[in-house]
Each structure stands twice: as C-alpha cells, then as structure tokens.
Design a protein around this ligand. Structure first.
Ligand code: LRH
Length: 485
C-alpha cells in the first residue's frame, strides 16, 4: 500500500520538534526529524519568544524530511494563549511576549473591574488567568495605544507559523479557545468581551475549524527548502487539543465500566499538566468556575473541560538551577534520584503563584515547606520526589473535582505526552487518583496532529483513531494498588 506522509511540528514551551508521520492505512509511524530548544528570551525584565529562531528550526526540519520523500502536508501546534502583533505591511510588528512575562500584573485589576472574573467565565468558558490572551492584549493596548493604528491583526502562535508557511492568515479555533476572547462553545470572538474591554474586533481574523487546509507551502519556501508542494493544514493547533485527539479512550474502559457508563479522563503531561474530560458542550456552572476549571475546544467541535496544573515546569526549573550550579542532571537522572529518595514527607500546591515565574525553584519549594510548617527537603532526589508526588496529588484532586462538576464517574485516566514516559509519575498517579492509568502515546500532540492532517486530506477515517493509536504505540497500564517504594 502507498504510504502517506505529513509533518507534525509540535512546539512546546521548552522544546520543539518536527516529526515525520507515515501512515500505511493501518499503523501510524512517527519519526523525530529535528528537535530543538525553545528558550525564552529575557530582555530588560521582559520575556519573549524567539519566533524567527523557531521558524528557522521548522525550515530545517522541512528540508531534512523532504529530502527523501514527498510530504503531503504540514501542521504546527503550540502552547496556548500567546500571539504576535502583525503590522499593516503583514510583518511581525514587535517581539512576541511569553505568557510568563510580568506586564499583565499592572492591568489585571482594571480588566477585572470592567469585566469581572465570573462574567469572563460565563461568556467565554475560560477560567480567568493573567496569562490568557485577553489579559495580555488588554495590557498591550494600555501600554502601547499606538498599536490600534499600527497593527492589522494579531495571530496566535500556530496561526503565525501557518501564515509564514502559507501566506494565509486564519485564526484556528482550538488555539483561540485558550484566549478568553471567544464565545463559550461558539466560533467567533465574543462581542461583549471586546466591547467592554475596548478591543478592536478587526484585530481578530475569521476563525476556522480545526482540520482546515489553508493552502500550499509558499513557492519561494519550496524553492529555498528544495522540496515539493505540500498543504499547510491548521489541525488542532493548540498542543493540548492535538494531544487529546490522540487519546485512545477505548483502551481504558472494560466492558463493565462501559456498561456502567463510566468514562475516562485525560492528563496531558509536559511543561504543563492538563487534566480534563471531553464533554459535548462547555460547562460554565458556578461549581466549575469555583474549582478553577476552564473550557477549550476539541477537534471535531466538542469541548475539553479541564484544569491547567503547573506540570514538569517545576522539575525543568529545578534541573536548570542545579545544572547551573555545576551538576549535569538529565531529566531521567532526576526521576531515578526521586525513585531512590523514597516517599516524601511534605507536599506543595504546584499551582501556587510563587512557582510560575522562572527562578531558583529548589529554594522556592523549600520555602513553601518552611512557610507551611512541613519538613524541608534537601537533596535533589528529595525535592524531585516531592514535586512528582505533589503533581500526582494535584491530578487526584482534579479528577475528583471533575466527577463532581460533570456528574460523571471516572474509571480511568489516560496519561499522554512527555510525562507518560516517567514510570514513577504514572505509578504515583494511579495511586493518588485511585484509578487505572494508561500511559501513552508519548508524542501525543504530534500523533494527534498527524491523525487530523491525514483526515483533512481524506487519507484517514478519524473515527478509527483509537485502533490506529493502539496498533501504533506502546501503551502501558498502571493499577492503583501497584507497589511503589
Ligand atoms: C500546554 C499549554 C496549556 C496552556 C499553556 C499556556 O503547552 O498549551 O494547555 O494553554 O500551554
């Protein structure tokens, strides 16, 4: 059978990769073509992304992949909420900010006076958070009012890369559903939100559904990269939406649990951990608002009811700190040290605001323990263990709350993304959630992107995705009663 190939470009907040997906009609094979760091740039106290650098790396990946074979399509997915300002001439007007930049702190109170938190949630389904696009955009317009004249539009990160690749400007729905600007469950910017915050509606180009073929790779890029034509496809361009599109739900539920109409939750685990379930419509009840849930869009039109939990960011920052002090830990080293350290005596709330900015994370963890009167961990192994147990605890609380908020019984949890490779985290998650955990796929966002692109090109039936994923990737099962040291 002929093999169909697409490129899934998955940009996370700490690294990016260009993955080549090959589908033979039965199995999907993913091969990493190019991996690179995605480092925040700090300049005079502000934090930015290196958009140009990322584009260069994407091009390296395209050139490498297209050397040997024809590629049918390419799609980019990224982390949520961030965007670039596009000028009247169609070029990026200024450096794109990182969501961990501090400028929103000065403007959040005014925004919330004009549009109270609970109203934001009711209108958009999004849990108010200073990182949301709406807070960033409002802050930019306060600090640089000239943007109103100078800008033609804003493009979310994946839209920006799709625009660079195809020349077509479009707003993809799943990434925009992280913005705090769309009507809950709808497919356009919310006029109430825009009016109350005085945000010009012209800034937002029309929203397209996930799985839209935008156009061809620009001819000049085809020449530069010595590749043939390929379609540029806006898949589920929010990385979490893409990851969720790869979840093989069928694998988790026994016939019995299906009879009891129990369902499964997902946890997408990378820099962030995102715990949620799929629902047909946004859940904008008070119970969901008070417990910190948010609603984001799925490929195919459904809804993700989820909670964003600060994830492996905590360990990434610890590692950065220790390595700067002369250690040379890999992520795997830290997991081994955490295994060896044995159960932790203390815990942290990963979502405590003190952990959100870059910095000396080991000391912040210790300080949290001091402030809360708990034993203070010392060695890297102890700290790593405490972090992983605390993440698993946070997952457990979120899954219990999801049951309350949705009225559903959750029998199993799918742990996907980079964190699913971490067997200790999987075991702890099974224990602390009290549910079966099915881990994998590891490259969930790339797998989801490939499935959606191939479906958009008419090469794959998305309804068969669970079978395809089960056949293509190693999934592991962890039970709540399994032993951990
Ligand atoms: C994870 C993620 C998450 C949030 C955050 C900003 O990469 O997309 O879902 O939106 O980034």
């Amino acid at each position: 059978p002929s093999i169909k190939r697409v490129l899934a470009v998955d940009l996370g907040a700490s690294s990016g990769r260009v993955m080549l997906a090959a589908f033979d009609g039965i199995r999907l094979e993913l091969r990493e073509i190019h991996r690179f760091d995605n480092m925040a740039i700090e300049e005079r106290g502000s934090l930015y992304w290196d958009v140009e650098g990322l584009l260069k790396e994407i091009k390296v990946g395209i050139r490498l992949a297209a050397e040997d074979q024809p590629i049918l399509g390419i799609g980019v997915d990224t982390w949520g909420v961030d965007y670039g300002w596009i000028g009247q001439d169609g070029a990026l007007l200024r450096k794109a900010h990182h969501y961990r930049d501090a400028r929103m702190g000065k403007h959040a109170a005014e925004l919330e006076r004009l549009l109270p938190r609970v109203e934001q949630f009711k209108l958009t389904g999004n849990q108010p958070d200073v990182i949301n696009t709406v807070y960033q955009l409002f802050s930019d317009l306060q600090e640089a009012p000239e943007l109103r004249e100078r800008a033609s539009s804003i493009l979310m990160m994946p839209d920006l890369f799709h625009y660079e690749l195809s020349g077509v400007k479009a707003s993809e729905r799943t990434i925009w559903s992280t913005s705090g600007l769309l009507t809950a469950g709808g497919s356009g910017a919310d006029t109430d939100v825009l009016t109350r915050l005085d945000i010009p509606s012209e800034l937002i180009v029309p929203i397209v559904p996930a799985g839209t073929v935008l156009g061809e790779l620009r001819p000049d890029l085809q020449a530069e990269l010595r590749c043939g034509p390929m379609r540029v496809i806006a898949g589920a361009s929010h990385d979490t939406a893409s990851a969720v599109a790869s979840v093989p739900y069928k694998a988790s539920l026994s016939a019995e649990s299906e009879r009891n109409s129990e369902s499964a939750a997902f946890i997408s685990c990378g820099t962030w951990s995102i715990a949620g379930i799929e629902t047909s419509r946004p859940v904008v009840s008070e119970a969901a608002f008070e417990r910190g849930f948010t609603n984001e869009a799925c490929y195919g039109g459904g809804n993700r009811l989820l909670k964003n939990i600060t994830g492996l960011w905590l360990l990434q920052e610890c590692r950065k700190h220790w390595n700067a002090e002369g250690e040379n830990f890999s992520h795997t080293d830290l997991v081994s040290l955490a295994e060896a350290a044995g159960p932790a005596d203390s815990w942290i709330d990963p979502n405590d605001p003190r952990f959100s900015a870059p910095g000396d994370m080991p000391e912040r963890v210790r300080q949290y323990c001091r402030d809360t009167g708990q034993p203070v961990p010392d060695s890297p192994g102890e700290i790593a263990r405490l972090v992983l147990e605390s993440l698993a605890d946070a997952y457990g609380r979120s899954i219990d709350e999801l049951e309350v908020v949705s009225g559903r019984a959750i029998a199993a949890v799918h742990l996907v993304g980079g964190g699913s490779r971490n067997a200790l985290l999987c075991r702890l998650t099974a224990q602390r959630t009290g549910r079966s955990v099915i881990s994998g796929p590891v490259e969930a966002s790339a797998a989801g992107s490939a499935l959606i692109q191939l479906a958009a090109l008419g090469e794959l039936d998305f309804a068969r995705r669970a079978d395809i994923i089960e056949r293509s990737f190693t999934l592991e099962r962890f039970e709540p009663h399994s032993r951990t040291n």
